[in-house]
Design a binder for this molecule. Structure first.
Ligand SMILES: [Zn+2]
Length: 422
């Protein structure tokens, strides 16, 4: 019996519960701005600065994240005791760039940021990045002194904020903020109209529909100097608030910005857990990165589907379920020796950790009419035709026209709702 208890104790993770939030943290948010630099093989992080805002709107009950869906992990430890008091996983544009062909030949630097609750006492901040076998390896470490006079008390409340979906205290909800990009002062009413329309339409989709009361959505009146976004294919360059452009990684429809600091600065007029940027363009495009930000062209006939798809990436860490992208290097090896971290794709190396409990079809699942509505493992996904499997034949993470999430993506979204709202 004693042995069993010992084994159970050893298996138990360090869990920091709600009561511990007040023990370890103040009700404030720290944003760490940093530069991340390197190439396909190297990742280096350089601290820029810490900024502090009043109020922590993130989770107080899941300080140690259960679902680690991203390639990066921020970990905060109490310096004195060494106890891990906060973890947060996420992905980033730099990480995606590392998988492009360009990263084989050149080193680059991107501006990134991450938020965490203000530690009460001296702390240690560590950053980890997954290796090729998906194990976290440390890439950066620094001490953090909450009493340092160099923590900038950021006053970013510079834009008017409007609530468009309001369901309660930001501390108990997922707070999504819509940032206008490339809308001039005269076009802000246009932005507001579009934002209200998309905010409502998100909740036509399950499982958002039945959990609408867990979300707040706000907009800010942040005008750009010029209208539109950069379109390198047409030699169009605009002076806008967050410097978004098409053809990121030379994929025409990929609309993102490398300047995440500008995105965070704009969003910081309101409490936010997630940022969606509405780009003032009718050219098809968008992008979404887990716990980072999402964006979509706000005036395209497919805008709502693009938004919902990109929000799936941002909010729930969902992978693309389609096979080819054009941006990332296709693997020649189809026998993967690792399980990917995203909840809706598998290499079948550790299917148990994914949706095996939901399966009602043979594995791998034939792509025939018989299994059209089944949950299985259909080969092709995550930009690879072979070796990666997706849960379903129909899902908006594979094809926008499907206009629904598959059951596995729905479960991942519901898990994310719990994380942010419990
Ligand atoms: Zn799916």
């Amino acid at each position: 019996m004693k042995k069993l208890i010992l084994i159970l104790l050893l298996l138990m993770p360090v869990v920091v519960t709600a009561q511990n939030f007040d023990k370890f943290f103040l009700d404030k948010t720290v944003r760490m701005n940093y530069i991340i630099a390197g190439n396909c093989q190297k990742t280096e992080i350089y601290l820029s600065k810490f900024l502090c805002n009043e109020n922590w709107t993130g989770t107080k009950n899941h300080l140690i994240q259960k679902n680690e869906y991203g390639p990066f992990k921020l970990q905060i430890s109490d310096k004195k005791s060494g106890e891990i008091i906060y973890t947060y996983t996420y992905s980033s544009l730099f990480f995606e760039w590392q998988m492009t062909e360009e990263a084989l030949n050149v080193s680059k630097a991107f501006r990134e940021a991450v938020k965490f609750p203000m530690p009460k006492n001296q702390a240690v901040i560590d950053f980890f990045k997954r290796d090729s076998l998906m194990r976290f390896q440390k890439v950066f470490s620094t001490d953090f002194d909450p009493s340092s006079k160099f923590i900038e008390k950021g006053n970013y409340q510079r834009f008017t904020v409007k609530n468009i979906i309001e369901n309660g205290n930001p501390k108990e909800k997922y707070d999504l903020i819509f940032v206008p990009e490339g809308f001039t002062q005269n076009e802000l009413t246009d932005f507001e109209k579009l934002a209200k329309e998309y905010a409502e339409k998100l909740f036509d989709y399950e499982p958002f529909k039945s959990q609408k009361d867990m979300f707040n959505i706000r907009i800010i009146s942040a005008a750009s100097e010029e209208s539109g976004a950069d379109i390198p294919n047409k030699n169009i360059w605009k002076n806008t608030i967050a410097d978004f452009g098409y053809s990121v990684f030379d994929v025409d429809r990929y609309v993102m910005t490398e300047n995440y600091w500008a995105v965070c600065d704009a969003a910081s007029s309101a409490p936010w857990d997630g940022i969606i940027v509405l780009v003032n363009s009718d050219i098809y495009g968008g992008g979404g990165i887990y716990n980072y930000y999402g964006a979509f062209a706000a005036k395209n006939p497919m805008s709502i589907e693009i938004f919902v798809h990109e929000f799936g990436h941002l909010f729930a860490g969902l992978a693309d379920e389609y096979e080819s992208d054009g941006a990332f290097i296709e693997e020649s090896n189809e026998n993967y020796n690792y399980e990917p971290y995203e909840p809706n794709i598998t290499t079948l190396k550790n299917f148990q950790s994914k949706w095996k409990d939901m399966v009602n079809a043979p594995i791998p699942t034939p792509k025939t009419q018989k299994y059209e509505n089944a949950v299985g493992a259909f080969e092709g996904g995550n930009y690879q035709p072979k070796g990666f499997y997706r849960p379903s034949m129909h899902c908006i993470m594979r094809r926008l026209e499907d206009k629904m999430f598959c059951p596995v993506c729905k479960r991942a979204i519901t898990d994310a709702v719990k994380y942010w709202s419990e």
